[in-house]
Structures are given as structure tokens and as C-alpha cells.
Design a protein around this ligand. Structure first.
Ligand code: ANZ
Ligand code: ZN
Length: 806
């Protein structure tokens, strides 16, 4: 008997699938809408390190699911590609002088080889890479659609700045307050940026969450990230001069309790209102605040700091003169960047007031009585006190009444705020999509004409940022200088590039129609496939990528360019794979498992099977080398069975039952992506049938079909050994007979007064009445119950009958 030569078998079938384009998919109209399914993986960033065992986890799950769907008569779109613009390639270029494109292409080749070595059923004709000009032409085109819709604007905003690398960093490029590249402490710097007004879509993005099947935790994260709150803007006049301070509050009912005000150190009024006496202290404080991240600034656990400006404002409800302070717990980017402080009812204000000895005035109480406050009282369901004509009102009514009053007096209005900020969409980087805009001294900002796209990224030899906060593109005069598309006069190109997120905002649409030169995707094909029926990827993208992509999609929908509001109907996050012993895999710990090594030692089929056998897809689980040899042994047993003499005889009842139970379980589990329990059932099947000298065709062939989505290479090979010249990937999923999945006889235990008195064979689905009847007919039971009073009979179907007799 030949041994299980997985290396040869896997190579053979991977070549076969590739040469025969087995998994090529078209928009075949004979499949009705409900038999079309788009299954998407989060495409990888092709790093120099190659594939990690975490990548194949999600990819294996979707592959098994797709193969299962194909066998069930679905037309399945299952593509793969590469998210290939980004910082690491650029950093590597700076260090070594290698062009980022060269590194990127080499990394993509390595990733593609590794992914292919796992035998996934992707339609490789649809592969895309976001750094190619054929692809980013359309990223630029979509950018222009958002720009023309008025959603992109230029603004000076403070961004993370690394003084060592002389460049701006995205929030996600800052780790523990330091630059991801060199570790230098990051500060804030005002830089001209292109921003997307994602906040305009805050409500739309919130509402959309109600109509999609995503894990609740991811929905909650998006919800919190968007952070919608309702309240009011209120205007306070300054005591001196004409100026006024506008604040945002979610508790307008506490207006009578505002005993001081606080401005963010970056607030534009600070300079104007600070009196000479406090100038130096304020300036020092502003410099300190610039060094802190928003996270540090709003950390509740940290003590409150701040300085007085010397200025006073007037509380509009009672005319009280209240001091104006600055403090870093007020963020410039939220609300109006200024607050009315109500220390009695806001925890942060309470702490601040205690630190600086500022007055605390209670304006809400539990029952309408005023008592000495010993701690902050933040409840939103109290009763207004010390609040003039609003006294006695319940909090929620008081909020409404005060907003009406503010609106009547024209000193405030109802308002909604979002934690969500507008999206800083530009980077001072080389390795990204050029932003297709031109700055003309006469016409202002002018888009590059659409028929001139792609606006190609020029070749440079130095990737080092210029140090002025501009991208390396700013150094290439012949690229920067151009003529204005509107008036023809000399103009300059925008030199910022797009962030890493741009390409991944719409790649799922490009897969639908990857070669289209007329449009980012044809309307008919888009309607054929969208929305994505299942999207699988890491939980680390719960907010950023998934929010940005939803935003672009909502805009495309409003522009009539896509047919569905939401892009991803169902989302599953695979759990993290930890290193052996349960610690995180990391280079420094030397415990990173390389898929290449595993495939070499055990084969791709064992690797696939093991990754799904480790546990439920969504939980975190540690790698365990003995586990992989376990599934490898299982595949060897299957291989041995396949190489036995084939019996063409009709299967026994027992064999049929073993098969039909297995089909039932695998149908249930595979369709629900519960692969680990499905695999366990296949192991049971092999145990039940391994002892047979011959292999029975009638039960073994359907079993191999069940195995096919899980371990496709060995399944194809066995299918051939069994004499077929078709391929198993195109076979139909077996059906089960419900009758054959039931155990027909079960052993029922009969007890009298808790003591075992008989064991009887009965039909598995026997009713309680029939169980009891059969029990009383048994001779031994009769001897123990004769002449006694039957107090109670308890029958547990399939298990036991307990008789209580006196
Ligand atoms: C007075 C007040 C009284 C407040 C009270 C709260 C409780 P959420 O709910 O998270 O939206 N705030 C407003 N702008 C701020 C900024 N730029 N930086 C830091 N804090 C700011 O938070 C809204 C509340 O946070 C606002 O309502 C304001 O404090 C504060 F019993 O105003 B409140
Ligand atoms: Zn012009």
C-alpha cells in the first residue's frame, strides 16, 4: 500500500485546479439571487515576514464554507488580493534605498505562493493589488466623487508629529505615545490636511448597524466610536469686552450649577482673554498640553491640572460672574472645545473643583431636597433644585424646558454631537495614492480631470520626508509644477498622499469587475453579487477599516453607484491564535509558527484541518504541536481506508447509520462554520468503520465528499483512487435520511424506589406511556411492585423509568 505522500498529492491538485481554472466564477444568470454568494476575506498587507498562522485561520474557514456552498449548488465569488501601499515598505526604502515597489512586488509573490500552498479555492483571475495604477486610478476616481459631493475639505489641524522622523503620523502609527518607527515621543503639530466629513454620515452609519448581522461586540464598538450624544450649545458672555464663549453640554438642566468655565488649551479665545498677570502660566501650560495624547488627557484616573486665565464670564441664567480656566481634560476637537463646569454633577469637574478650590453648587437631587454633597451626583433621573423656575422638574423634563428657554432667549440651541471626528485623509508620505487635486493661484483647488486618471506616483530616489511636514513628492519640481486644468495657468499639485485605508475602502467592489477600464465596477455585476454575504477577518479592524469602508459605501450608495446601503451583510471575526502555552506569538519570543514549516512537515490538509479543529472559529486559542500530529494521524487512517479493497456490497444498517449521522452533523456544522465539531464527527465515523477489512463504496464515497471542503487535496486523490475521472470539488453534497440518523434501540434502566431492577431494550423514540407500560410488564419489576401502592412513576425518554412504590 502506498503511503500518504501529501507533498506530491497537494502539488498535483493545486496544479490541476490552476490549469483547469476550477474555481473561476462568472456572473452566470442561471443562478437565482438566493443561490449567489459573495464570501470575502480581509486581504493581507504583504509584509516582509510572510504569512503568519493567523492569516490561514480566517482563510481556511471561508475556503471550507465556499467549497461547501459550491457543492450545494451556489455560485460563489471568493477572491483574494493585496493591500499593498503602506508604511513598512517605505521605511524599508528609506533604510536601504530599495524602491518600495520592488519590495512590495517581491512580498506579494511570496504571500501568493504561501496562500496557494494551502489549496484555497480563490478565483485568482480577480486578484487585485492596491498599489498598481490600474487599481488606484479608481481609488482616485472615488476620491474625486467624494470631493465633488463636498465631503473633502482642507483644514489646519493638530496631528501626531514625530520630531525625529520629521513626519506626521496617523493615530494608529503611534504606540504608547511614541513613534512606531523610532520610539521618539510624539507631539502635536498643526499641519494642513485633507479631511473627510465622515461626521455627516454619523447617523447613517449608526442606523445601518441595525440591518446587518455582525457580532454584537463589533457593533457596540462602532456605536461607541461614533458616540452620538444629544444636548445643547449655550453662549456665555465674557464679563469684559464683546467676546463670548460657546459650550456644548449634554446636561443643560444643570446650567444653574455652572460655577466656572474651562477652555481647551488650544481654544482660539485663550490668547485673547488671558490677562497679563496670567500670560506666562498659560503659555507654559499650553506647551505641556501639546505633549500629551488625547487618551492621556482624558484619562479619568489621572489628577486634574489647569490654570486660571484671569478672565470671567457671566452665567446667563443667574448673572453670576464665573472664572474661566484652561485645562487639558477639555479636548479642542469635541463639541466646541469649551465647557461650562458643573462640579456637583460631573465627575471630572468635581475633581477639578476640589483640586483648585472652586465653588460647588448642587442643582439636581434625588428627591427634591437639598443635602450636603459629599461626592459627585451624576444621575440623569433626579429633580431640579436651586434652579429658579425649573425647580421640581424631573431631569429629562428640565433638559427639554431649559433648551426651549435657551432658544427663546436666543442664547442657545438643541444640538447633537459625535465622538467621531472628521477623518484626516492625507499623509506626508511617498508610498500611497497621490491625491488628484491641483492648487491654482486663481481658481483655487481644482480636481485632476477624470480622463487624466490615474495620476501616477512619480519615481523618486529619496523617500526621506522633507522636514517641513510635506511629503517627499514636494521635492520633485517637475511633478509638482503643472498647469491648471481650468484656466491653464501655472499651478501646483497636491503633494500629500492617501492613507493606507484608502485602497481597502472599496477593494471588495473591484474584485467584482477587476479588469474594467470604463468604471470601478459595472453596475450589472455589482447588482449580481452585492452585498458581501460573509466577511471574515481579525477583530483589530472592528472600527477603523470597517467604519471607513462603510462610510465610502454609504456615499457611493447616495451617488447611485452601488445598489446596497451596507457593503458587508454578515461579519465574523476569527479568534487570535496564540503561541504554544498560550502566550502571544512574537518574533522576540521566537515562538512564531511559520505555515511553510507546518506544510512541509504535515501537509496543507493537516494544517487546514488543525486550524479548524483547535476550537470554535471566534475564540482565542493556543497553538499545540501535538494537536496537529493528531489530525495528521486521522488523515493517515482515511488514506489507509482508501487504499483497501473496495466492497461494492450493499452497506449494513449499522454502516448506513454511521454515514447518515455523519452527513447530518456535517451539514449542520459546515453551514454554520462550526468546523471543529464537524471534524470531531468525521473522526467518529472513521473510528466506527476503520475495523472493516474492505472499504464499502456506498458509505465511503459520500464520506469523502463530506471531507472534501475540509481537506480538498487528499479528497481529490482518494476520489481518483476510487475510480472517478471527475473532480470531487464539483460533486454534490450528500443528503441524509432522517430515519437513518436515529438510534433505533436504546437501553432503558428501570428502577424501583431508586434501586436498579431491570435493563430493557426499547425503540429510541418510544413514548413515556409505552416506556411505563413495558416496565410494568417485566417479570422482575412485577415481583418488586406486586401488592404495593404505586405512588409515582417518572419516565425519562431514552433513559430510565423510576417507580416509587409503598
Ligand atoms: C455640563 C455637564 C454637567 C456635563 C453634567 C456633563 C454632566 P458626552 O456625554 O461624552 O458627549 N464636554 C463637552 N465638550 C467637551 C470637550 N471638548 N472636552 C471634554 N469634555 C467636554 O460628553 C458631553 C459632556 O462632556 C458635556 O456636558 C460637557 O460636560 C463635557 F452634570 O456639560 B457637560
Ligand atoms: Zn486655474
Amino acid at each position: 500500500m502506498s503511503s500518504y505522500n501529501f507533498t506530491e498529492i497537494e502539488k498535483k491538485w493545486q496544479n490541476y485546479w490552476e490549469e483547469n481554472k476550477t474555481f473561476k466564477v462568472t456572473e452566470d444568470p442561471s443562478f437565482p439571487k438566493e443561490k449567489r454568494m459573495y464570501v470575502l476575506d480581509m486581504f493581507p498587507y504583504p509584509s516582509g515576514a510572510g504569512l503568519h498562522v493567523g492569516h490561514p485561520e480566517g482563510y481556511t474557514a471561508t475556503d471550507m464554507y465556499c467549497r461547501y456552498l459550491r457543492m450545494n449548488g451556489y455560485n460563489v465569488l471568493h477572491p483574494m488580493g493585496f493591500d499593498s501601499f503602506g508604511l513598512p515598505a517605505e521605511n524599508y526604502a528609506i533604510k536601504t534605498g530599495t524602491h518600495p515597489e520592488a519590495t512590495t512586488v517581491a512580498n506579494i509573490d511570496n504571500f501568493r505562493r504561501q496562500i496557494k500552498s494551502l489549496g484555497f479555492c480563490y478565483d485568482w483571475d480577480r486578484e487585485v493589488s492596491t498599489h498598481t495604477s490600474e487599481y488606484y486610478k479608481w481609488t482616485q476616481w472615488i476620491f474625486l466623487q467624494l470631493y465633488k459631493k463636498g465631503l473633502a475639505y482642507e483644514a489646519e489641524t493638530p496631528i501626531n508629529w514625530c520630531p525625529e522622523c520629521k513626519t506626521g503620523l496617523a493615530n494608529e502609527e503611534v504606540k504608547d505615545g511614541g513613534c512606531d518607527r523610532c520610539g521618539t515621543k510624539v507631539s502635536r503639530k498643526n499641519l494642513r490636511q485633507w479631511m473627510f466629513e465622515i461626521t455627516k454620515y454619523g447617523d447613517s452609519l449608526l442606523e445601518g448597524l441595525n440591518n446587518i448581522s455582525w457580532t454584537e461586540s463589533v457593533k457596540a464598538m462602532q456605536n461607541n466610536w461614533i458616540g452620538r450624544s444629544e444636548g445643547a450649545n449655550v453662549v456665555f458672555k465674557l464679563e469684559k469686552g464683546e467676546g463670548e464663549i460657546e459650550v456644548y453640554t449634554t446636561r443643560p438642566d444643570t446650567l444653574f450649577g455652572a460655577t466656572y468655565m474651562v477652555l481647551s488649551p488650544e481654544h482660539k479665545l485663550v490668547e485673547e482673554i488671558t490677562t497679563n498677570e496670567y500670560k506666562d502660566a498659560v503659555e507654559d501650560y499650553k506647551n505641556q498640553a501639546a505633549l500629551k495624547s488625547d487618551l492621556e488627557r482624558t484619562d479619568l484616573a489621572k489628577g486634574k491640572t489647569g490654570v486660571f486665565t484671569g478672565a470671567y464670564a457671566i452665567n446667563p441664567v443667574n448673572g453670576d460672574k464665573i472664572p474661566v480656566w484652561i485645562s487639558d481634560y477639555i479636548l479642542i476637537s469635541y463639541g466646541t472645545g469649551a465647557i461650562m463646569a458643573v462640579p456637583a454633577h460631573d465627575e471630572r469637574d468635581w475633581e477639578f473643583a476640589k483640586t483648585f478650590n472652586l465653588p460647588i453648587k448642587q442643582v439636581v437631587s434625588r428627591d427634591g431636597n437639598i443635602t450636603e454633597l459629599t461626592e459627585v451626583y451624576p444621575a440623569k433621573d433626579g429633580i431640579a433644585v436651586n434652579s429658579g423656575k425649573f425647580d421640581g422638574m424631573k431631569t429629562q423634563d428640565a433638559i427639554k424646558a431649559i433648551i426651549s428657554w435657551l432658544e427663546e432667549e436666543k442664547i442657545g440651541f438643541k444640538s447633537v454631537n459625535y465622538k467621531l471626528r472628521d477623518w484626516v485623509f492625507s499623509r506626508q508620505r511617498y508610498w500611497g495614492e497621490p491625491i488628484p487635486l491641483i492648487h491654482c493661484p486663481t481658481c483655487g483647488t481644482v480636481p485632476v480631470p477624470e480622463n487624466e486618471l490615474p495620476l501616477e506616483l512619480p519615481n523618486v530616489t529619496s523617500y526621506e520626508p522633507s522636514g517641513t511636514g510635506e511629503s517627499p513628492l514636494a521635492n520633485i519640481d517637475e511633478w509638482v509644477n503643472c498647469s491648471c486644468p481650468k484656466c491653464g495657468e501655472a499651478a501646483k499639485r497636491e503633494t500629500n498622499t492617501m492613507p493606507q485605508w484608502a485602497g481597502s475602502c472599496w477593494y471588495y467592489l473591484r474584485y467584482i469587475d477587476p479588469k474594467n477600464t470604463e468604471a470601478f465596477c459595472s453596475k450589472e455585476k455589482e447588482e449580481y453579487w452585492m452585498p458581501v454575504g460573509l466577511y471574515v477577518g481579525g477583530a483589530e479592524h472592528a472600527v477603523l477599516h470597517l467604519l471607513y469602508a462603510r462610510f465610502w459605501h454609504h456615499v457611493l450608495h447616495d451617488l447611485g453607484l452601488v445598489s446596497t446601503r451596507e457593503p458587508f451583510q454578515r461579519l465574523i471575526n476569527q479568534g487570535m491564535i496564540l503561541g504554544e502555552g498560550g502566550i502571544k506569538m512574537s518574533k522576540s519570543l521566537g515562538n512564531v509558527i511559520n505555515p511553510d514549516d507546518v506544510i512541509k512537515e504535515y501537509g496543507a490538509d493537516s494544517m487546514r484541518l488543525y486550524e479548524m479543529f483547535m476550537g470554535p472559529l471566534e475564540v482565542t486559542k493556543p497553538w499545540d504541536t501535538s494537536g496537529i500530529s493528531g489530525v495528521y494521524r486521522f488523515l493517515n487512517r482515511v488514506w489507509n481506508m482508501a487504499n483497501r479493497e473496495v466492497s461494492e456490497e450493499a452497506p449494513t444498517k449499522e454502516q448506513l447509520k454511521s454515514l447518515h449521522k455523519t452527513i447530518k452533523k456535517l451539514t449542520h456544522d459546515t453551514s454554520r462554520l462550526e468546523f471543529n465539531t464537524g471534524i470531531a464527527q468525521m473522526m467518529i465515523f472513521v473510528n466506527e468503520n476503520y475495523k472493516d477489512e474492505k472499504v464499502n463504496r456506498a458509505i465511503f464515497e459520500p464520506f469523502i465528499k463530506l471531507l472534501a471542503p475540509y481537506t480538498p487535496h487528499i479528497a481529490e486523490e482518494i476520489w481518483q483512487i476510487l475510480g472517478h475521472d471527475t473532480i470531487i470539488a464539483n460533486e454534490t453534497w450528500p443528503e441524509f435520511d432522517e430515519e437513518l440518523t436515529k438510534d433505533d434501540e436504546v437501553t432503558i434502566v428501570i428502577q424501583v424506589n431508586g434501586k436498579l431492577r431491570a435493563k430493557l431494550q426499547m425503540p429510541a423514540d418510544i413514548s413515556k406511556e409505552d416506556m411505563e407500560k413495558a416496565a410494568f410488564e417485566d417479570d422482575n419489576i412485577k415481583t418488586h411492585t406486586d401488592g404495593k401502592t404505586i405512588v409515582k412513576v417518572i419516565a425519562v425518554p431514552g433513559k430510565l423509568v423510576n417507580i416509587v412504590a409503598k
